[in-house]
Ligand binder design. Structure first.
Ligand SMILES: Nc1nc2c(ncn2[C@@H]2O[C@H](COP(=O)(O)OP(=O)(O)OP(=O)(O)O)[C@@H](O)[C@H]2O)c(=O)[nH]1
Ligand SMILES: [Mg+2]
Length: 485
């Protein structure tokens, strides 16, 4: 399965389906002029789900299409009929895909959502919105005929980054032009470009290598590294990232010293230094030292010195020639054996639980961010309130319906928004803006408008509490309060 071109990082915008609206309806029967409320709930919007597919070896499907949205839920109907749930949108990704949440403003990665390393592993990256509740849910002891229903929860769009980390078993690592591509071409079916100038290889090539004992492993030919790579020189970071996932490093050294006449032992040390500087664990990763170009005259001394150096570090050493093929069979056999041993060791680490825990963490972070409310002064007497959860409450409200608006006021009350506005310096009569809507602030303890709307008694509020009990209202946390001048 040699892969010569593949995209390894891409950004996509994902959005679950919107929830369907709840229905406002009353039973109609021949002998009952106006029966009880019977509006059903809206259906749930579909989720956007990532799923690993071992057949895929790249993220190329996401290079040209960037927006993905799941199906919306349909609206609820009378006679307590629920709307239909939207279908999930399943996006296939290759094994070894790491998913990052991106900051919508800076497009910088915020945190990891998932690390997809197992066949068929799934993660929800954009949950669909829940359906709005039909008017049957708003019945209370004092409100027998609620004439409003909730709109569906709009889904949230966000940007994520997919990063495919190579799932190669071994990586050919070394300075430019040491013969990494020549070696992969010789031991596998991969046919990368080979040339006598540095940085011929710019994206990694994968090759499947079959050892004599019948076992096989995937080897990656990684672009050449130079001194300073760990600081980003020569696209160092981008290249070093490819090595992070490979359990075994085949460190290739040019024993001729290359056209610059470098010292092979220094090259060997320099590369190990860069690995260490990038990530200490890379320096500790199992490594096989491969002295290449042994066919060249006068290489013996360098081979001997390098062998000593490798032995000092306790690393297996092979002298080979990608041109004549000398020593490559031995190298392949030894690599296959190491890979087998390493593979049986990693299984324990990759249990399902750890990946689930990671997803839950991401979901929690998403909820926290979503529940945050920011209050800012736009100008004298005008306040801007923003935040995912609070904005959705506004969107889910039917603005043509006074009862629905009163219910929204009640929800604001429950999350303590009025108190927080007051704390920020908001005064009665000030304007409060949420999305495109504007409210007049009337202070935190203004329970009266509720009663006025429904000319019922004071127990109205208690009744509402009951109706809300199952709501699971988000706990709103104010992150930013900026008082106006
Ligand atoms: N004599 C001799 N030349 C070799 C050998 N292996 C590679 N070369 C030559 O070295 C040069 C560089 O080889 P590549 O395989 O492109 O080296 P690379 O490490 O992949 O280089 P980058 O992709 O630039 O990092 C080419 O001219 C090869 O023909 C070898 O074993 N012996
Ligand atoms: Mg190359």
């Amino acid at each position: 399965m040699p892969t010569n071109t593949f995209t390894d990082v891409c950004r996509i915008n994902v959005r679950g389906g919107d929830g369907g609206a709840g229905c406002m309806s009353f039973r109609r029967e021949a002998h009952v002029p106006k029966g009880g409320p019977d509006g059903g709930d809206g259906g749930r919007g579909g989720d956007v789900v990532l799923e690993t597919d071992p057949q895929l070896s790249s993220l190329i499907d996401y290079r040209f299409k960037h927006h993905f949205r799941a199906e919306r839920g349909t609206h609820g109907k009378g006679a307590r009929k629920h709307g239909r749930d939207g279908q999930d949108l399943v996006l296939k990704v290759p094994l070894g895909t790491v998913v990052h949440e991106l900051d919508p403003q800076t497009m910088e990665p915020l945190y990891d959502i998932a690390d997809l390393t197992k066949v068929g592993q799934r993660v929800v990256v954009a949950p669909g919105g829940v359906g709005g509740r039909g008017n049957i849910h708003f019945v209370t002891s004092v409100r027998r005929a609620p004439a409003f229903a909730e709109k569906g929860e709009p889904s949230q769009e966000h940007w994520i980054e997919l990063e495919m980390k190579l799932m190669a078993d071994a990586a050919l690592v070394g300075m430019p032009s040491v013969g990494k591509s020549s070696i992969i071409a010789r031991i596998s079916a991969a046919r990368p470009k080979i040339a006598d100038y540095p940085f011929t290889t710019l994206v990694p090539n994968l090759g499947m290598v079959r050892a004599k004992d019948g076992s096989s492993f995937v080897v990656a030919d990684v672009p050449g590294l130079i001194e300073g790579a760990s600081e980003g020189k020569g696209l160092g970071h981008q290249f070093l990232r490819h090595i992070e996932r490979t359990a075994l490093i085949l460190h290739v050294v040019d024993v001729t010293g290359g056209y610059e006449g470098r010292d092979p032992v220094e090259d060997y040390r320099a590369i190990n230094h860069e690995l260490d500087a990038y990530a200490a664990e890379l320096a500790e990763r199992p490594q096989i030292v491969v002295a290449n170009k042994c066919d060249m005259p006068g290489a013996e001394d360098a081979v001997r010195r390098l062998r000593e150096e490798a032995e000092k570090d306790g690393r297996p050493f092979f002298s080979v020639s990608a041109v004549t093929g000398k020593g490559l069979d031995e190298l392949v056999s030894r690599t296959a054996a190491e890979v087998r041993a390493l593979r049986s060791a990693v299984k324990v680490e990759e249990d399902a639980e750890s990946s689930v825990a990671l997803n839950q963490g991401a979901e929690l972070m998403r909820r926290r961010r979503d529940a945050m409310v920011s209050i800012k002064s736009e100008s004298t007497g005008i306040w801007r309130v923003s935040g995912g959860a609070v904005e959705r409450m506004v969107i889910q409200t039917d603005w043509d319906n006074d009862e629905a608006i009163a219910y929204l006021q009640h929800r604001f009350d429950r999350i303590g928004l009025d108190d927080k506005l007051a704390a920020a310096g908001c005064r009665n009569g000030d304007e409060v803006r949420i999305l495109g809507y504007s409210f007049t602030y009337e202070g935190p303890e203004d329970e009266d408008d509720f009663d006025e709307l429904d000319d019922s008694d004071d127990s109205m509020l208690d009744g509402l509490e009951d109706a809300d009990a199952d709501e699971g209202a988000p706990e709103v946390e104010v992150v930013e309060v900026q008082a106006g001048e």
